[in-house]
Write a protein that binds this ligand. Structure first.
Ligand code: AKB
Length: 332
């Protein structure tokens, strides 16, 4: 390879030039570091640039290229795309559901203006653009069990409104300008070594850390609140497989994906098979509870499965086993 140092990720050898050159925005959230690791395995370390407006930890710096990028700064985005010959843009910058409700005007900027910027950059420079959407793009008038790809979407959160907007704008740019826009609606994502932050489904991550560390967990949702969920490895693999899918296999540009659906009490029951002494109490927080009550309970991802072969590996028992293994080894 002709890459001379970690800092000089602009120059890549010809052998790597047929791989996509990927920029991930919002890279220090729950999913970016894991996705960068997976894509670097596939496309080479220097072909995947992680970015955020925060300073990463030393191990993120060491694992591959990282740069500052602000999705609200259009010129900054253009410079990064041009200087680094970016061909795929993965747009992970977002304020999640609960934190967005508490900061509506910041959420409007990041979730909507940020999206406009990446749409324009991607269209102008011929990029493939991936924007995740969410179960939160549905609302109380959507069918909730199951929720199909195409149905009424009237979300009642700024997060949901911004995600429906992203889906529609991306599809519009696809039809109008030929933008290669791709969008997966993620369920709640459960990960061991990265924290979500500000979401409605966060309880399903926190419970593992608290169960292993303290043997107690206070759940902020009612025990019977059913939501679609997925283990992070399935989510990241789905994203890569969808990004690599030939355009002719995609009958749509926005797909539901899912792996399982469970309630807090079902999750607790499964965890107790391995940690029988776990003590769980319920202190309902009305904000996330109202959000969860308006979201899908079961997600219909039949189109993703038939169009481009989506298949999950982790159901509830495998998820619990794997999470306890990872969180347990972290805390030792
Ligand atoms: C949230 O809870 O806000 C997110 C999501 C399901 O989109 N995890």
């Amino acid at each position: 390879r002709q890459v001379t140092s970690d800092a000089s990720f602009h120059s890549v050898s010809f052998s790597e030039s047929d791989h996509p050159r990927v920029l991930i925005t919002g890279g220090l959230g729950q999913l970016g570091v894991g996705l960068a690791k997976l894509l670097r395995k596939q496309f080479g370390k220097y072909n995947v640039i992680l970015s955020d407006i925060r300073k990463p930890s030393a191990d993120v710096y060491q694992s591959g290229p990282f740069i500052y990028s602000d999705v609200l700064d259009y010129k900054n985005l253009c410079e990064i795309v041009v200087n680094n010959r970016i061909s795929w843009l993965i747009h992970y910058s977002i304020l999640l559901s609960v934190v967005a409700e508490a900061n509506v005007s910041i959420a409007r900027d990041v979730n909507i203006t940020g999206l406009h910027n990446v749409l324009d950059v991607a269209t102008e420079h011929g990029l493939r653009l991936f924007v995740p959407s969410t179960i939160g793009a549905f609302g109380p008038t959507s069918p909730r069990n199951p929720t199909p790809d195409l149905c009424i979407q009237r979300p009642q959160t700024i997060y949901g409104v911004s995600k429906v907007h992203a889906e529609l704008m991306g599809e519009y740019y696809h039809h109008r300008y030929g933008l290669d826009f791709r969008c997966l609606r993620y369920p709640g994502i459960i990960s061991a070594d990265s924290q979500p932050g500000g979401g409605t489904t966060d309880y399903a991550v926190q419970i593992f850390h608290d169960a292993v560390k303290t043997g107690r967990f206070v759940c902020n949702l009612r025990p019977d609140t059913r939501l679609p969920m997925m283990f992070i490895d399935d989510c990241l693999r789905a994203t890569l497989e969808f990004l690599e899918a030939p355009a002719e296999t995609l009958s749509m540009r926005t797909y539901n994906i899912s792996a399982m659906s469970f309630t807090p009490e079902e999750l607790v029951r499964e965890i107790k098979k391995q940690l029988p002494d776990l003590q769980v109490t319920y202190e309902i927080d009305p904000v996330p509870q109202a959000i969860a009550d308006s979201w899908p309970m079961v997600f219909d991802d039949g189109n993703a499965r038939s169009d481009w072969g989506w298949k999950h590996n982790y159901s509830l028992p495998e998820l619990v086993q794997t999470m306890l293994k990872f969180t347990g080894s972290d805390s030792r």
